[in-house]
Design a protein around this ligand. Structure first.
Ligand SMILES: [Mg+2]
Length: 173
């Protein structure tokens, strides 16, 4: 079996949507997803950028994210065809570890705990394919690299692109 590495935030989990939700709750303004396009993470919001950077350190930020559309069905199918690992650089937000583990248990119950890797740098990760939204995670990877579309990476054209989970299914199933 080929080894497939799949990221969490903004790949199987809608981190962008969670930033939008937290921003609305805090400041009473709901920004559109499109308004964040082509901007660094967090910087697409009209103001309060220092506070936005703190959202991921707050309780429930990771645990109450929605899964990205189609991610559950497609990952469950991929899980039968590939040696699949969910790899998240979760150590950036220490309190996210338990929340992310619970989240995966809730939304991806078919994954074995041995398939979950919470790490600091992804430079140690090896495999055949990696799907991630952040260029710096892909750059150090030894296998074939796929960037998963998120508002902050739409201008990047150095990787093969997967726009959504439907496309990921078509490519890998
Ligand atoms: Mg990510």
């Amino acid at each position: 079996m080929k080894r497939l590495i799949v990221d969490m935030d903004d790949v199987i989990a809608d981190a962008t949507g969670q930033f939008i939700n937290f921003y609305e709750r805090e400041f009473g303004v709901r920004v559109t997803r499109e308004s964040l396009n082509h901007q660094e993470e967090g910087l697409g919001f009209p103001n309060h950028h220092d506070i936005i950077q703190q959202f991921p350190f707050r309780e429930t930020f990771f645990q109450t994210m929605q899964p990205n559309e189609g991610s559950q069905e497609i990952v469950e199918k991929l899980n039968k065809k590939y040696e699949l690992y969910i790899v998240s650089a979760a150590l950036e937000f220490p309190q996210s570890l338990s929340e992310k583990l619970k989240w995966l248990g809730e939304h991806f119950p078919f994954l074995h705990w041995k398939q979950i890797v919470f790490c600091g740098s992804k430079a140690v990760v090896h495999g055949d394919y990696m799907i991630d939204d952040l260029p710096y995670n892909l750059e150090t990877f030894n296998g074939e690299k796929f960037i998963f579309s998120a508002p902050h990476n739409l201008h990047i054209n150095t990787f093969q692109r997967l726009n959504n989970w439907k496309e990921a299914g078509e490519r890998f199933l």
